[in-house]
Design a protein around this ligand. Structure first.
Ligand SMILES: [Zn+2]
Ligand SMILES: [Zn+2]
Length: 393
């Protein structure tokens, strides 16, 4: 049996017992229904046969403590708010869009209506077929939900580390109405269309379809006088600001986990975690490869040939680099310890790439000097290419 069946079927109603019925009551009720509807006593009566099957199915779940608990949790989830969200396709408390990231803690709110297990756990249970003993059956105070957010850091801040105030917006339960959406002093009344089930069933040929009740949007109750604070949604957007320390050397694309900085737990449960996705804005001068910073420095042909001392910037000052005579274009020089300082105190290097620049225009004097140089200059080492050219032409 799939979990979808669990959401759609009211096993208590099938057996004609109360939700709070004891195991004994359930057993008695099942025997009664089974006896009355048994195919042996009702030959050729398809309705009785259907009742008999439904009762077996219901008893199968309700007689197993673990499965009954899961069933109850799933029913309460879908009868009390989850459908309100999905049925409206965006009617999230606080006006925030409901999406997949919400389910996995993207904008977690301490929503008591989801009961003891996290929303995520319940959903994973639904999608995996709701095995007994799964996470949805966890007991004890609920852990707060994990929260994910994204932060853009300046290049230098990411290299050196920085503490930034982070503001998180998350849907939470409206404190004025405690989440039921009704004006204080009034109560939501049970929906008269679905009688509180939140789903309605429609028969079509051999199949019957369940869909969220249109009258109550799947909530099971209807609010007549709306809460002035949340306008009947039961949810509000809550804002939290906290200071977050980003360690030196944090890299673009990295995800930082801040244990216990997510949504607070319920009834004393532990808080969830905060996951921060880091984006690092590029620097106009420096690049970065792991713990090394990179920099490209243009040099003249004469500097590369004759050698020179180069003064180059680092992230925190400047250093002098020796360019030895006869340095080829593209050579990488290393300024040790001028890169990213790691957690162990060691630092990467600044890697300086020399780029020999060819001047586009020359003064007459420079041209004359260069022509004089060319006459004296040794030829470029391309005999091997010339040999090939002679062979093929
Ligand atoms: Zn309210
Ligand atoms: Zn309804």
């Amino acid at each position: 049996m799939s979990s979808k069946d669990w959401i759609e079927k009211d096993f208590y109603a099938v057996l004609g017992v109360d939700k709070a019925a004891s195991a004994d009551d359930i057993k008695k009720a099942y025997r009664k229904v089974a006896r009355e509807s048994h195919p042996d006593h009702n030959p050729g009566d398809p309705k009785a046969e259907e009742r008999f099957k439904a009762a077996s199915e219901a008893y199968n779940v309700l007689s197993d403590t673990g499965r009954r608990r899961e069933y109850d949790e799933m029913r309460s989830l879908f009868g009390s708010g989850a459908f309100r969200r999905s049925a409206r396709g965006g009617g999230q408390p606080g006006g925030m869009p409901f999406d997949v990231s919400d389910m996995f803690g993207g904008a977690g709110g301490g929503d008591r209506r989801f009961g003891g297990a996290g929303f995520q756990d319940l959903f994973s249970s639904i999608f995996t077929g709701g095995q007994a003993g799964g996470q949805a059956a966890q007991r004890g105070p609920a852990r707060g939900r994990d929260v994910e957010t994204e932060v853009a850091l300046d290049f230098g801040d990411a290299v050196r580390g920085v503490t930034l105030p982070l503001t998180l917006r998350a849907p939470g339960v409206c404190e004025t109405c405690h989440g039921n959406g009704a004006k204080p002093g009034t109560q939501p009344r049970t929906c008269t269309v679905c009688h509180g089930a939140g789903v309605t069933t429609r028969d079509q040929g051999a199949f019957s379809f369940s869909e969220p009740c249109r009258n109550c949007q799947g909530v099971g109750t209807v609010v007549e006088e709306k809460c002035p604070e949340c306008h009947g949604s039961g949810g509000v957007t809550k804002t939290r600001t906290m200071n977050v320390r980003f360690p030196a050397g944090v890299a673009d694309g990295q995800r930082i986990r801040l244990a216990g900085r997510g949504e607070p737990g319920e009834r004393g449960g532990p808080a969830g975690d905060l996951f921060v996705h880091v984006k690092v804005r590029p620097d106009e001068l420096f690049g970065r490869t792991g713990d090394d910073l990179t920099l490209t420095v243009p040099v003249t042909f004469a500097e590369a040939v004759l050698g020179t001392d180069l003064r180059v910037p680092t992230l925190d000052g400047a250093v002098t680099l020796r360019v030895p005579p006869g340095t080829p274009s593209g050579r990488v020089l290393r300024a040790r310890g001028k890169g990213v300082v790691r957690r162990d105190g060691q630092a990467g290097d600044l890697l300086v790439t020399l780029d020999v620049v060819v001047p586009a225009r020359l003064s007459d004097e420079a041209r004359a000097a260069l022509e004089a140089f060319a006459e004296q200059s040794p030829p470029a080492a391309r005999e091997h290419l010339d040999a090939r050219v002679r062979r093929v032409s």
